[in-house]
Structures are given as C-alpha cells and as structure tokens.
Design a protein around this ligand. Structure first.
Ligand code: MG
Length: 369
C-alpha cells in the first residue's frame, strides 16, 4: 500500500477556566495531533498528555520527543496499518502511552475510513448514544461550586463529579446534597488521601455517592482493598488502572468495584478494549475517562465507550465545556437528555479543521517514507 506521510501538529488550545485537581492545575490544553496519510486516505490520532508533570511522568514535551525521535522513525521501517497488529507492535515499547495512543488512533481512523465503516464497528461496539457526565474541578468558593452544579444539571449532564482533597470534601458533598437532593453524584480524590483519612472516607460513605474515585495512591492496591471492605460505596480506580497487569491485580485483590478506563493512559484503543474485556469478565462495570482530550481523542474514545461494559456516564463532555475552541467539526455536543450521539460517517465521524489546527499550532514536523 502506498504510504506517504505522517505529519505531527502540536497545538495549544486555551481553556475557559483553569482545571484544578488535588495535585495541580492546567489552563491550556496541549495535544499532539497525528495525521497519517496512506493510499489517498488520511487518518487522525491525538496524543494528549497533561502539561506539567503533576498528573503523569509523560508531558507534551516527552511525548513529542518520543514520537519524533523514536516511534515514527521506527514505524516507517515497518509500517503497520492494521490497527490490532499496530497495537501489538506498540506493545514492545514499555513507555510513553500517550504517544502510542496517538499513533495507534491515527491507524484506527485510517483503517475505518478505508473500510468505509464507523470506528465503533471495528472496535466491536454498537451504534448507541453515550451518557455524558460533568466533571467539576476544585473551585475557590462553595457558591461557585454550587453554581457549576446547577448549570450542568440544567444542561442535562447525567451525573455530577466533583474533585475533592483532604479538607475540602465532606462539607462540599453535604452542601450539594442539601441544595440538590439525591442527584447522581460522585467524587474524585486523585489519590490525595492516606490511611489516616479512613474515618473521613467512612463519613463520605454515608452520603449516597455513586462511587469514590481513586481515594488512595496509585500503587496502594492492598490499601484500596481494605478500604473497599469498609465502605458500601464502590471505589472506582483511575490512576491505578494503568495497564492490563494492574487491572488483573485490582480484580484479584478486590481493590475496587468500578474502573475508569482511559485510552491515553492504556496506550491505545486496543489496550483499552482489552481492559474493558477483562473488567467485564470479572463483573466490574466501567466508564470512559478523559484527560480531558481535544475532539480527536474524545471522539475515538466515545466510539470505544459504545461497548457493553461501559455502563456509567463518560467524563467526555461537550467540546465547548472546557475549550474556547475545538479542532474538530462538528463539535461534540451533549443533548438536553445528557447523551452524545456519534455521526454515522466512516472513521471517527468528525473531520479535523485544518485552519484551526494552523491557528493553535506551536510546532509541526513532517515525515516521509
Ligand atoms: Mg480521575
């Protein structure tokens, strides 16, 4: 097959407001778009690490270097345009999951367009709407938080998730319960609690939450299992669920009852699909998380989220929720009922707006065979 080029576009899109979690914040969304062209068809992928190293070891800079210096040159030596085989090939690199997810995403989009099928079909999903949930970062004041909750409930989102950290937890949940009653509500601690906080987490347990996401450190699986035995509320693991091996250990130890599966962290759609299959066979429901990502990675994740084990609302929200602009057309929208419907067209179903890419681009690189 004539294989012509890969173009990388590093874009920076401002957020409407900074996104604060317990260990850092971002105000600009960095993403590296991968444009793969072969046989007259163009496939798009997105590598989407958070800026700064507070969330993961990988940063936009490390991802860019790994793509330019290692992954793309290696790919050109033996181009693999079958997405499952591409995923197996990528598995040899034990690092940089974001870079791998971006390159693999471009191969999936390419393959689906080539077959003239929607991406969900290649991934084994179905044509169904995906429930969308709103995620709210740590806000400066309680009235601001309550205002956001009110707005997202009005906009139809199917559940509300708030970020918490020690000292900013119980009173936030109580205030939301007092004002909005028994709405579908969950909290995400981003690994900020320790053993000494167990009594506090037991107090949270009495507030009817859908789940408590990643209360303890990433590697603290035995401690999560101990905490889960003490709580009625399901623990959802996010940061801990970073590989198939980690997910096997989560299941074996009973470290949580729900998984947040992120394509970027798993290193691609096929690894994420296998994470879904593992969880499903163990009876653990999942949902699809996000970094958050721009439209390309969000759309591809949504195709995966049509698989049957993704039973809780996704963290993927409308494009306009976070970004002053998105680089895909049409933008991702959430219906008044809180659902996202994917377009029917081949591939991911959204096109990339090259004018916007050029506007937000800070670096580019082109590779030829
Ligand atoms: Mg999380």
């Amino acid at each position: 097959m004539p294989f012509s080029a890969i173009r990388l576009h590093w874009v920076k899109v401002p957020l409407h407001e900074p996104f604060r979690i317990s260990n850092g914040e971002i105000a600009i969304k960095d993403a590296i778009l991968i444009e793969l062209e072969a046989d007259g068809v163009v496939g798009w992928g997105e590598a989407s690490p958070m800026a700064g190293s507070f969330y993961s070891e990988e940063t936009p800079d490390s991802t860019w270097k790994f793509l330019c210096n290692r992954l793309i040159p290696d790919f050109f030596k033996r181009p693999e345009l079958d997405p499952r085989r591409c995923s197996e090939w990528l598995d040899q690199y034990g690092e940089e999951p974001f870079a791998k997810a971006g390159l693999e995403g471009s191969v999936w989009d390419f393959a689906a367009k080539k077959e003239r099928s929607p991406l969900w079909q290649l991934l084994g999903g179905s044509h169904r709407g995906i429930e969308s949930g709103a995620a709210i970062g740590l806000m400066a004041t309680l009235p601001e938080l309550l205002g956001r909750v009110e707005r997202f409930l009005r906009e139809g989102y199917r559940r509300i998730k708030i970020k918490i950290e020690p000292g900013r937890d119980i009173e936030l949940v109580r205030a939301i319960r007092q004002r909005f009653g028994s709405i579908p509500l969950m909290v995400d601690a981003n690994a900020s609690y320790r053993l000494e906080h167990f009594p506090l987490l037991e107090e949270l347990d009495r507030l009817g939450l859908m789940m408590i996401e990643q209360p303890l450190e990433r590697k603290a699986l035995a401690e999560h299992a101990e905490l889960q035995r003490r709580l009625q509320t399901p623990i959802c693991l996010d940061e801990s669920a970073d590989s198939l091996e980690a997910i096997r250990n989560i299941i074996r130890l009973g470290a949580g009852r729900i998984l947040n599966i992120k394509v970027q962290r798993m290193g691609g759609l096929w690894q994420a699909r296998q994470a879904h299959d593992l969880a499903r066979s163990a009876g653990l429901p999942c949902w699809l998380g996000t970094m958050p990502e721009l439209g390309v990675a969000s759309a591809q994740g949504l195709h995966l989220a049509t698989l049957p084990g993704f039973t809780f609302p996704s963290d993927v929200e409308a494009s306009a929720r976070w970004f002053v602009d998105d680089i895909i057309s049409p933008a991702i929208e959430v219906s008044a009922e809180g659902n996202i419907s994917l377009p029917d067209s081949p591939g991911m179903g959204y096109s990339v707006d090259l004018k916007k890419v050029a506007h937000y681009r800070v670096s580019q690189e082109e590779f030829h065979g």
